[in-house]
Design a protein around this ligand. Structure first.
Ligand code: 0X9
Ligand code: ZN
Length: 279
């Protein structure tokens, strides 16, 4: 059976997703859409773990605020954006980040969060194919980003929010990553974000910071959130950097999955309540 007491292999996650479809075949459509991206970086195991937990709660929770959120929106949830990389971190190299396609130049993979076709390779990348931040030899060179971008394009009129989950650092990031240019609704996103991280802190006291990517971390062009925001002007776009702040880093103990997931769900409930209030 599936649980949140440990980190799971890809097939275990896929089998669980298939079983959800069998057990809950009812489809509700026509609400504003929220897109959830997990696991674009292979080694950030807390991301798929939190995203699957949230998916499960959206289906099964009987908390009234979670139920209201679950039923007010159409959810597009992808727990493992980088499946080959994720498996590779289980079998071979726990700290692998990128995809696994041979570059033809001795090293494998591109950074799937540098490979999207919006201000591609303008900053925060390395043209060395062995680098962790290699953006690929062209935008959407990777199957994972190309196919997801096509899928997102097909539903873009339905979604008003795109949330990406990474680790680690305990940050809630606002676009853009390619330059210090701020999005037009930055002030709204900053206020909603602060409301959201305040809700996150209530359960266990976990502290997050909110801000523009370039201001609070570094320049990083070709990210998925930049592409979604820059191409379709999706208004509510955030990237979470989940627990912790470096004590365990990417090797976050499995005992922290459920607490991390619970506080993150608290923050999402607050985020979408606040976003709805502000129209
Ligand atoms: O560098 C990244 O891709 C993310 N940090 S991580 O340590 N998880 O690799 C930050 C991504 C911020 N988003 C964009 N640049 N669009
Ligand atoms: Zn990441």
């Amino acid at each position: 059976a599936f649980d949140w007491l440990g980190y799971h292999r890809l097939n275990t996650i896929y089998n669980w997703l298939d079983s959800l479809v069998t057990q809950h075949p009812e489809i509700v459509e026509g609400n504003p859409g929220i897109f959830i991206e997990g696991g674009i970086h292979a080694r950030e195991w807390i991301s798929p773990a939190v995203v699957t937990y949230i998916l499960n709660e959206l289906i099964l929770s009987d908390d009234s605020r979670v139920r209201y959120m679950a039923e007010s929106y159409d959810w597009y949830i992808f727990p493992v954006f980088n499946p080959d990389g994720y498996e590779y971190t289980h079998t071979t190299n726990r700290l692998w980040r990128k995809t696994r396609r041979p570059t033809g130049r001795g090293c494998y993979g591109a950074d799937p969060n540098r490979n999207w076709n919006f201000h591609w390779a303008e900053g925060g990348v390395s043209r060395n194919p062995c680098s962790e931040i290699y953006p690929g030899d062209r935008p959407f060179s990777e199957t994972e980003t190309r196919t997801m971008s096509q899928y997102i394009d097909s539903i873009q009129t339905k979604i008003f929010s795109y949330i990406a989950f990474h680790s680690y650092s305990q940050l809630l990031l606002i676009p853009y990553g390619y330059s210090n240019k701020r999005v037009s609704n930055y002030d709204d996103l900053f206020q909603i974000g602060n409301y959201s991280i305040n809700a996150l802190s209530q359960r266990y006291g976990t502290r997050y910071k909110v801000g523009n990517i370039v201001d609070i971390i570094y320049v990083a062009s070709g990210g998925s959130m930049d592409w979604v925001r820059g191409t379709y002007n999706i208004p509510v776009t955030y990237t979470y950097e989940l627990r912790d702040k470096g004590r365990y880093g990417f090797i976050l103990p499995a005992s922290q999955i459920i607490p991390t997931a619970k506080e993150t769900l608290d923050s999402l409930v607050a985020m979408f309540e606040q976003a709805a209030k502000r129209g």
